[in-house]
Design a protein around this ligand. Sequence first.
Ligand SMILES: [Mg+2]
Length: 441
Amino acid sequence: MSSSALQAGPSTLSKKRPAEDVDALEASKGRKLAKDHPFFSNSSKGFGSTGTFQWHKPLGARSTCLYGTNLTPTCSSKVAAFDLDGTLIKPSFGKGAVKKASKGSPPTWEWWRDKVPSTLKELSSEGYSIVIISNQAIKGVALTTWEEKVGLMAAAIPSLPFRILAAVAKDENRKPMPGMWNELTRIFQEEGVEIDKAASFFVGDAAGRDGDFASTDRKWALNVDLSFFTPEEFFLKQPSQIKFKLDGFNVVNLPQLPLFSPPHTPVIPEPRQQEIVIFVGYPGIGKSTIYQRYFAGMGYARINQDTLGSRPKCIAAVERALQEGLSCVVDNTNRDIQTRKYYVDIARKLRISARCFFFTGSMELAWHNNLYRAYNLPPSKAAREDKRDLVPYLAFTSFRSNHEEPTLSEGYSEIKEVNWVFEGTEEEKKCWSMWLQIEGK
Ligand SMILES: [Mg+2]
């Protein structure tokens, strides 16, 4: 990643939808709640304490996945997984729900259809592990109320062992990101049980049908490779709905392009000559990878503002490297003419050439790569690499709104386009190819 845009502070995602931004502190409330809240003590005020349901320590690297159990569920290789709102119970959206909660009144809830509890019991008696997989981007009183609601629901089915996992932040656990499935798989593996995906399934209402608010449930099932049903199909046995739309970025729609265009000119000129190579492109679009693969060890210093801290320091580093006889790659986003001119002017002054490598990948692709690197690397790769934080969304929108495409009139001897080509193992490609999104749309 690079660019001064990155210095703009925390994610704009939180600015856009503040009510849904929940930090780890909030997420860990489950622990506190389990200790302090009357619902979980004997002095229950009628909130439905049954003694069978319990919130545990939240899961995940940042404790952003709440985890609860009813009774002591065993691990079966057959998993019947369900979304919660709009699938098992009626959805409770809107300001009214939150307002009610703030008054401290007990939460109200209803089964989605009357046959839901009996169907769950049947599945359990058939040997399925019942698991609820829910996105809950709420915090504060609303989250506490929701936690109470789950307890009330459990109290209505006291003999049904089940687990619930709920993602409370915009990270790897939020559907369609597969984090909650990974957590579930780990829990089962710790009990010596491998989940049989072919015998398991997921039911959810965010299915991309006409009128659905999202398609995250269907995408999640695709990501984790489970059969998927809508609540209507599963509980009401309605015919399966083949008409649905999965919105958003999907890597299968990317054009197949050569890595470089034009492809015939060499990446490094022959004979070698001192030069400045200016990269242009979104964060996460492969710039540093190209530097490492083609320029590192070839007499090119890498000039990067994330590392150096400011543009004046980048300019000074370029001048120093050139004085030492090295060439330079300016590995920043270099989004506009003025930003690039600082380096073109140095080249002009020293009568050396400036070339531009323009990374053509779109903002959607760059954001996708960002999510992949921060949240969805396969464990084998994550173990080998330094942990990368998510680059703020603002870095991407800021690049897009200020971007000026490079032209030869800026003074380059060549502009080479660099197209995105995924390189990695099959396992890495599988994780990269998933539906990765974080805004619940
Ligand atoms: Mg739902």
